[in-house]
Design a protein around this ligand. Structure first.
Ligand code: NI
Ligand code: MN
Length: 234
């Protein structure tokens, strides 16, 4: 896809996405692998994953962060409290940041943006405060601007994300129940003005009923809704 200018995006089911830039930076967002019913079981992750980005502390977004970071030598980027939490679980290298901030990850400028969702991490000792839920804008040098919304409802300040960063590709949850569904994602697209929507966070479990077809039926005609299966790339 020409607007991606060599950046490859692979969906690994649910909200798990692998971004690989033309210059060779590998970024994995929200690693949910062992317990992910839609993870493409034959998929081989790149040997080196330079960065893992976490949107929030729910298990379906962080459950494999510790083993993946160890095996693939990754630095984990998350909101400050969640970064501290995963460091306490054994992640060696973390970058804690917060909403509105940008960190330079080799050729990718990663900006943490707002999401409307809850965020807590659960383990055998109970439920832990790990900051608020977030999304990321990834501005690839000499490449595209990508937005991964994390888990979120639609919100009016998506217009600020569009005004500030002009994302061309928006990874939006569409399953409903725990996030926005297709109707709300269509309004999100009107605010964000992406060229392409990559639907995520749908079809994983029966509650997540929203489909790309429903989104395509209600979204503005100029926006392309990609229908992809886990393990496929654009
Ligand atoms: Ni969540
Ligand atoms: Mn989720």
């Amino acid at each position: 896809m020409s607007l991606l200018q060599g950046t490859r995006i692979t969906w690994l089911g649910h909200a798990t996405v692998l971004v690989q830039t033309a210059k060779g930076t590998n970024i994995l967002i929200d690693p949910f692998i062992a317990q992910n019913p839609k993870y493409p079981k034959d998929f081989v992750l790149p040997e080196k994953i330079h960065y893992i980005l976490l949107t929030h502390g729910h298990g379906d977004h962080i459950s494999d962060v510790v083993p993946v970071a160890a095996r693939h030598g990754s630095t984990v980027v998350a909101i400050y409290e969640l970064a501290a939490y995963v460091a306490g679980k054994g992640v060696a290298n973390t970058i804690g940041m917060n909403l509105g901030g940008t960190v330079q990850l080799d050729d990718v400028a990663a900006t943490m943006v707002e999401a409307k969702h809850s965020s807590a991490a659960e383990d055998e000792t109970g439920t832990h405060y790990v900051g608020v839920a977030a999304g990321y804008v990834l501005s690839v040098a000499d490449g595209p601007v990508l937005y991964h919304a994390g888990d979120t409802a639609v919100f009016g300040d998506m217009k600020l994300i569009a005004e500030l960063y002009r994302p061309e590709v928006a990874m939006l949850p569409i399953g409903g129940h725990f996030t926005m569904g297709p109707k709300e994602a269509a309004l999100a697209a009107r605010y964000l003005e992406p060229k392409i929507i990559l639907p995520i966070h749908y079809g994983t479990i029966p509650e997540l009923k929203g489909t790309p077809e429903e989104l395509a039926a209600v979204v503005d005609a100029k926006v392309q809704v990609v229908r992809w299966a886990p393990g496929e790339s654009i």
